[in-house]
Design a protein around this ligand. Structure first.
Ligand code: PBG
Length: 328
C-alpha cells in the first residue's frame, strides 16, 4: 500500500463517507450516570467538581426520568453520609435507617426500567475513610471486611438495587458476596466487580464529594488498590473476580488505563465497564473552561476512545450533558 495509489484523504473528504466507515458508535445507552445522593431535599454543589451536585432523591428522580426517556439505561448511586452517622466500623452501611435504602426503593418504584447500581464499600461510612474495617496495624482487615460487604450487598439488593458493585478491592470479596446471595436464593443479583481498580490520584474530587477526603487525611489506599505500574495483576484480579462469580468487571480510572481496557477485553469473556472518574471529569471541565461546545467535544472524544478500547459501558459524570447530546 503505497502513495499515490493509497490516498487516505479520499474517504475523509466528505461527512457522508466518514460516517459510512465509522467503526465505533457511542450511544446514550452506553453511559452510566454516577450520582451523589444525600438525605436533604435540596442540592449542594461540590466545590471540586464543576456542574455536579449532591442531590436529594426527588431531584435525582426528576433528572433520571428525563435522561432515561432519552436512552440512559442505568445510574450508579453514591451516598453522602452525615458525619454523625460515621464510625470506625462503618455501621450505618448496614443500618436499616440508612436513607440510601429508602432512596433506592423510591427510585426503583418510580423508574422500574432504569438499572440501579449500588456501590459496595465502607468508605462513605467510616470515620477513617477506608473501604473496610481496620486491623490493629491500621490496614484494612481483608476477611472481616468481606463479611460486612456481603451483608451490605444483600441489603442493597433487598432495597431494590439491580447490581451491586464492590469497589473496595479486598481479596475474595466477590466469592463471599456471591455465596451470601446464593444462600439467600438471591440468584439474580448482578455483581459488577471493580476488578482492576488502581490507586489513583484522579479520585480526589470524589473523595471531596462524599467527604472521605478529610477522613483519610492524606492516608493512601495503596495497600489494597492496584499499583498503576502493573498490567499482570489486572489479569489476575479480573480472572479471579470472574471465577468468584462476578457478572461484569471494571477498569478504573479509564483514560490513563486504556491499555488495560484493551488487553482485558481481548482476553476476558465478560463485559468490561470503564469508569471515567471524578478527576478525569474535572480535568476536562477545566480545559473546556465553560465553553459548552468544548465540553461536549472533549467528552465525546474521550468516551468514544474508551469505548473503542473495548469498554461495554462507561461510568461518566458527564452522562447528563452527553445523553442530551447523543440523543439530539
Ligand atoms: C470508593 C470509591 C472511590 C470511587 C468510587 N468508589 C474512591 C476511592 O477509592 O477512594 C472513585 C470514583 C471517582 O473518583 O469518580 N469505594
Amino acid at each position: 500500500m503505497i502513495f499515490p495509489d493509497v490516498r487516505m484523504r479520499r474517504t475523509r473528504a466528505h461527512a457522508w463517507s466518514r460516517s459510512l466507515v465509522r467503526e465505533t458508535v457511542l450511544l446514550a445507552e452506553d453511559l452510566i450516570w454516577p450520582v451523589f445522593i444525600h438525605q436533604h431535599a435540596s442540592s449542594s454543589s461540590i466545590i471540586a467538581m464543576d456542574q455536579v451536585c449532591r442531590l436529594g432523591v426527588d431531584q435525582l428522580l426528576k433528572q433520571a426520568e428525563r435522561l432515561h426517556r432519552k436512552g440512559l439505561q442505568a445510574i450508579a448511586v453514591f451516598p453522602v453520609i452525615e458525619p454523625e452517622h460515621k464510625d470506625d466500623m462503618g455501621s450505618y452501611a448496614l443500618d436499616d435507617s440508612n436513607f440510601l435504602f429508602s432512596a433506592i426503593s423510591k427510585i426503583k418504584q418510580h423508574l422500574p426500567t432504569l438499572g440501579v447500581i449500588a456501590d459496595v464499600a465502607l468508605d462513605p461510612y467510616t470515620t477513617h475513610g477506608h473501604d473496610g474495617v481496620l486491623a490493629a496495624d491500621g490496614s484494612v482487615d481483608n476477611d472481616r471486611t468481606c463479611q460486612i460487604l456481603a451483608k451490605q450487598a444483600v441489603k442493597l439488593l433487598q432495597a431494590g438495587a439491580d447490581v451491586v458493585a464492590p469497589s473496595d478491592m479486598q481479596d475474595g470479596r466477590v466469592r463471599v458476596i456471591r455465596e451470601h446471595l446464593e444462600s439467600l436464593s438471591m440468584h439474580y443479583g448482578l455483581i459488577l466487580s471493580y476488578s482492576a481498580k488502581y490507586a489513583s490520584a484522579f479520585y480526589g474530587p470524589f473523595r471531596q464529594a462524599v467527604g472521605s477526603a478529610g477522613s483519610l487525611a492524606g492516608k493512601s489506599k495503596d495497600h489494597y488498590q492496584m499499583d498503576f505500574h502493573n498490567i499482570k495483576e489486572a489479569y489476575i484480579e479480573t480472572q479471579m473476580d470472574v471465577s468468584e462469580g462476578a457478572d461484569w468487571v471494571m477498569v478504573k480510572p479509564a483514560m490513563a488505563y486504556m491499555d488495560i481496557i484493551c488487553r482485558l477485553s481481548a482476553s476476558i469473556n465478560v463485559p468490561i465497564m470503564a469508569y471515567q472518574v471524578s478527576g478525569e471529569y474535572q480535568m476536562l471541565m477545566k480545559l473546556a473552561d465553560g465553553n459548552e461546545d468544548q465540553v461536549r467535544a472533549l467528552f465525546y472524544e474521550t468516551l468514544v476512545g474508551i469505548k473503542r478500547s473495548g469498554a461495554s459501558a462507561i461510568f461518566t459524570y458527564a452522562a447528563p450533558v452527553m445523553v442530551d447530546f447523543l440523543s439530539s
